[in-house]
Design a protein around this ligand. Structure first.
Ligand SMILES: Nc1ncnc2c1ncn2[C@@H]1O[C@H](COP(=O)(O)OP(=O)(O)O)[C@@H](O)[C@H]1O
Ligand SMILES: Cc1cn([C@H]2C[C@H](O)[C@@H](COP(=O)(O)OP(=O)(O)O)O2)c(=O)[nH]c1=O
Length: 221
C-alpha cells in the first residue's frame, strides 16, 4: 500500500511547483508516483460548479460556506475509489490540495478557529461520512500571505489566468494562513510537516526523511 501525501497552502504558495519537484525526486529513486490535484475542474461536475461559483456565475451560492464546502467534498468523494486504487498500485500518491483546504478556507471565511464547529463538521463529512482516505502526511507549504499574493499575481500575468473570488480576497488569505498554522499545530486528522516556502525546499532531503520514518514504521515503501 502506498503513502498518501497531500500538499496544502495558500493560493500562490508554490504547491504546484513543489508537487512537480517532489514527483521528479521520487521518480529519480525509481518509485511509483501518482499525482492529482483538487478541485478537479475538468473531471467532476461538482468541481466545475465550484469554478463557476468562484467566477461569479452561480449567483449567491458562494455566500454559503457550507454549500461551497459540500461541493469541494463531493468532488473528493467521487475521486476516493480512484485514490484507493492508486494507493494499491503506487508507492506514493501526491495530491495538490485535499480536505484540509476545505477546513482552512471554510474556517477562515467563517472567522472560526481551527478547533471550532465548522472544521469538526467538515472532518465528519469528508472522513466519516464520505470515507475519504486519510493522508499519511500533510505538507503545509507555508508562506506569508503577501508573498503568496505576489506569486499568484505574477502567475496570473504569465498564464493569462484570472484570479478567482478567494484569490483576490487578501483578508481571507491572511486568515487562511492562520487557520493552516492551527491545523498543522494540532495535527488535524493525521501528521503534518511544515515547510518554509520562502526558503530552499531541499526536496531530496525531505524525501530521505520520509523514507527513514516510513521504514522505521514498517511501512511498505
Ligand atoms: N519558491 C519559489 N520562489 C519564487 N517563486 C515561486 C516559488 N515557487 C513557485 N513560484 C512561482 O509562484 C507562482 C505560483 O506557484 P504555484 O506553484 O503555481 O502555486 P500554487 O500551486 O500554490 O498556487 C508561479 O509563478 C511559480 O513559478
Ligand atoms: C480543494 C479545495 C480548494 N478550496 C479553495 C482554495 C482555492 O482558493 C480555491 C481554488 O483552488 P485552487 O487549487 O486554487 O485551484 P486553481 O488554482 O486551479 O484555481 O478553492 C477550498 O476552499 N476547498 C477545497 O476543498
Amino acid at each position: 500500500m502506498g503513502k498518501l501525501v497531500v500538499i496544502e497552502g495558500l493560493d500562490g504558495a508554490g504547491k504546484r511547483t513543489l508537487a512537480k519537484a517532489l514527483t521528479d525526486a521520487l521518480d529519480a529513486r525509481g518509485l511509483r508516483v501518482a499525482t492529482g490535484a483538487f478541485p478537479r475542474y475538468e473531471q467532476d461536475v461538482h468541481a466545475e460548479l465550484v469554478r463557476d461559483a468562484l467566477h461569479g456565475r452561480l449567483g449567491d451560492l458562494t455566500d454559503s460556506v457550507h454549500g461551497m464546502a459540500v461541493l469541494y467534498a463531493l468532488d473528493r468523494r467521487a475521486a476516493a475509489d480512484g485514490i484507493r486504487a492508486d494507493l494499491r498500485g503506487h508507492d506514493v500518491v501526491l495530491l495538490d490540495r485535499y480536505a484540509a483546504s476545505n477546513a482552512a478556507y471554510g474556517a477562515a471565511r467563517l472567522r472560526q478557529p481551527a478547533d471550532g464547529g465548522f472544521v469538526e463538521w467538515l472532518r465528519t463529512l469528508e472522513f466519516d461520512r464520505f470515507g475519504l482516505p486519510v493522508p499519511d502526511l500533510q505538507l503545509l507549504l507555508r508562506v506569508p500571505a503577501d508573498v503568496a499574493a505576489d506569486r499568484a499575481a505574477r502567475r496570473e500575468a504569465e498564464e493569462a489566468r484570472d484570479r478567482d473570488l478567494y484569490e483576490t480576497d487578501g483578508g481571507l488569505q491572511a486568515r487562511c494562513a492562520a487557520a493552516y498554522d492551527e491545523l498543522a499545530a494540532a495535527g488535524w486528522v493525521s501528521p503534518w510537516e511544515v515547510l518554509d516556502g520562502t526558503a530552499d525546499l531541499r526536496v531530496d532531503a525531505l524525501v530521505d526523511r520520509w523514507f527513514t520514518r516510513w521504514s522505521d514504521d514498517g511501512g511498505a515503501v
